[in-house]
Design a protein around this ligand. Structure first.
Ligand SMILES: Nc1ncnc2c1ncn2[C@@H]1O[C@H](COP(=O)(O)OP(=O)(O)OP(=O)(O)O)[C@@H](O)[C@H]1O
Ligand SMILES: [Mg+2]
Length: 252
């Protein structure tokens, strides 16, 4: 079976700034793949290219087996995107937001779809309130619920927990794990190393326009020599691995 996502030599510049200088990676079906990088590394740019919102300057990207440039309709059919900034409508209630998307997607039972998602995301009690009255965690849950209307095969989550408190972050992590358990491929970007460590089957580190390392957490840990402190073996954290790989060893 083909890969969920296949990216080869992806390049993108904005005016004189070369943001992506030849990005390569693959995402397997059903896995949680985390793209890790600092502010401005180009994570959102990659997400926008893969979700057909932005055209690359060079290289190729295929999502669900379809080229993002020549077959954008097929790509859109297979995916959903939860952007970096919440995309909920403020005038509609939480339930109405879900019903609207279900109708836009021409689903047969929009009300039932909405109510099932509200239940799954613990939003039933808040269903008839406007999102402006929701906490940050509730808004993010609604946002993710909205992107699940119509059961996409591949879901893109651009920094799903930025700005959330630790409790809300854990709630979102639980949802992401459940999604993957039900067979959805999850592509997420994050600046939180702990988030990648908690969630991801595989992690790619984007730095200065290229993917400098890809692997499981265990594989990344092997790149980093274990430090012996007397008789206690110290396991490196992903943060230490990240800083070492991007060359900021002095920060450790
Ligand atoms: N439409 C645009 N026009 C000009 N420059 C842009 C545009 N979009 C992104 N950039 C630039 O490209 C670089 C990468 O931006 P991008 O949003 O992809 O980074 P990011 O890794 O998602 O960062 P963050 O962690 O802050 O979300 C940044 O320097 C940004 O200023
Ligand atoms: Mg971003």
């Amino acid at each position: 079976m083909e890969k969920a996502i296949e990216v080869k030599g992806l390049r993108k510049s904005f005016k004189d700034t070369e943001v992506l200088k030849g990005v390569d990676f693959e995402v397997k079906r059903g896995e949680i793949f985390a793209l890790l990088g600092s502010n401005g590394a180009g994570k959102t740019t990659i997400v926008r290219i893969l979700t057909t919102l932005l055209k690359q300057d060079g290289g190729t990207a295929a999502v669900n087996g379809f080229d993002v440039v020549s077959k954008p309709g097929n790509v859109r059919h297979a995916i959903s995107l939860t952007g970096q900034f919440a995309a909920v409508d403020e005038i509609l209630t939480g339930r109405e937001n879900l019903i609207m998307i279900a109708k836009l997607r021409h689903l047969d039972h929009p009300y039932q779809v909405a109510d099932n998602l509200l239940k799954r995301f613990g939003l039933t009690d808040a269903a008839n309130r406007k999102p402006s009255t929701y906490s940050g965690g509730m808004r993010r849950r609604l946002d993710i619920a909205l992107s699940l209307v119509g059961k996409p095969q591949i879901i893109f989550l651009d920094e799903p927990t930025t700005g959330l408190d630790p409790e809300a972050r854990i709630e979102v992590w639980k949802i992401v794990k459940e999604l993957a358990d039900s067979g959805t491929t999850v592509f997420l970007t994050t600046q939180y190393l702990e988030e990648a460590e908690q969630l991801a089957d595989r992690i790619a580190i984007l730095h200065e326009g290229r993917i400098i390392t890809t692997g499981t957490l265990a594989e990344l840990k092997q790149l980093f020599p274990k430090t012996k402190v007397e008789y206690v073996e110290k396991q490196p954290t992903l943060e230490e691995i990240f800083l070492a790989i991007i060359g900021k060893k002095e920060a450790i």
